[in-house]
Design a protein around this ligand. Structure first.
Ligand code: AHR
Length: 326
């Protein structure tokens, strides 16, 4: 992966003549005119799980409700395609770009290209490397969950409810993505601080069900004493349940499974006793995303980070909450 630096981008922008005088053109997020309707881009990262589909549906529904034209792209799990998707939106002259960046570093050129073209970018659910692009300067704001806190909430639940279980397999999300980085950081630090636990293995399952199953299968063979699996999302947790059962063990009894996302299938697994607890990561972005865009066009000050509220599901509330899960 190329080494990006903020300085590299500033120099490149200068060379391309993007700076009109003394750096002023790159100092702020492009403005958004107040209009009756907009052409809005939404660059999705992939559509291989219920969380992504719920997020896309929420964005499409809100655009339709407001009568805005939505230019939607699906990068199909490729950061390079997502950069090309954003460039295509720029060429199509969208007013705003909502971007769910697959990974923290490779999407920086897309953020900078939109800024150079005078199009404000709002990051949805995943962020970019803060040393390379800044909210309120290179993009307008980040809207999403606090991923560090999500990892901490899983660790806090375990510290109270593990009942002597202690050996943890961690299934990480997509390498280089902000949820994988932050869910690991939040969990690992909090579980270490709690004491009495050991992370015996930690490996990526790429936020995908089948990869999660395969990785869990091989890690369970390598660590037959593992009695907890912490998955960075529901898809990998559901894959891990298959791996546990294939190993002749009982999820929820021999091995506790913990997850993040809170889709209906995972909340049902909590009701069934196969998943011990799930931290919700709310995918219903549409109303907040479009409200933020409208507020910006209105001239309101927009904070650099807008954090979503997330629920928590375990055996005490899963049955009652099932109908509300996405
Ligand atoms: O960025 C949020 C994460 O991305 C969700 O947890 C995951 O399921 C999705 O692919």
């Amino acid at each position: 992966m190329p080494a990006f630096s903020r300085r590299t981008f500033m120099l490149a922008a200068t060379a391309l003549g993007a700076m009109t005088f003394a750096g002023a053109a790159l100092a702020e997020v492009p403005a958004l005119a107040k209009k009756d309707t907009y052409k809005v881009g939404f660059a999705q990262t992939e559509s291989n799980n219920p969380w992504r589909i719920a997020q896309t549906n929420s964005m499409k529904a809100e655009a339709e409700k407001r009568g805005y034209q939505l230019v939607y792209t699906d990068a199909a799990g490729s950061a390079a395609k997502q950069v090309a998707d954003v460039n295509s939106m720029i060429a199509q002259g969208v007013d705003v770009i909502f971007l769910a960046p697959r990974e923290e570093k490779p999407l920086i050129p897309a953020v900078m290209a939109a800024k150079k073209a005078g199009i404000p970018v709002i990051l949805l659910d995943r962020s970019v490397d803060p040393s390379l692009a800044k909210a309120g300067e290179d993009y307008l704001t980040f809207i999403g969950s606090d991923f560090i806190q999500e990892g901490q909430r899983v660790a806090e639940w375990l510290a109270k409810n593990a009942n002597g279980k202690s050996k943890i397999i961690e299934l990480e999300g997509t390498t280089g993505s902000s949820p994988a980085n932050d869910r690991k950081k939040g969990f690992d630090e909090a579980i270490t601080a709690a004491g009495g636990f050991e992370i015996v293995a930690s490996q990526t399952g790429d936020f995908a069900r089948d990869k999660g199953r395969q990785v869990a299968e091989s890690l369970l063979q390598a660590h037959p004493d593992a009695d907890i699996i912490y998955a960075h999302n529901d898809e990998m947790a559901i894959g891990a349940i298959s791996a546990i059962e294939a190993a002749g063990k009982v999820p929820g009894k021999d091995i506790l499974v913990l997850s993040i996302d809170g889709g209906k299938e995972a909340v049902q697994a909590v009701v069934d006793g196969k998943i011990a607890a799930v931290v919700e990561c709310n995918p219903r972005f549409g109303p907040k995303a479009f409200d933020t865009m409208a507020a910006y066009a209105n001239g309101d000050k927009i904070e650099g980070k807008l954090v979503n509220d997330d629920k928590f599901y375990d055996s005490t509330n899963a049955a009652a909450e099932l109908a509300n899960a996405y």
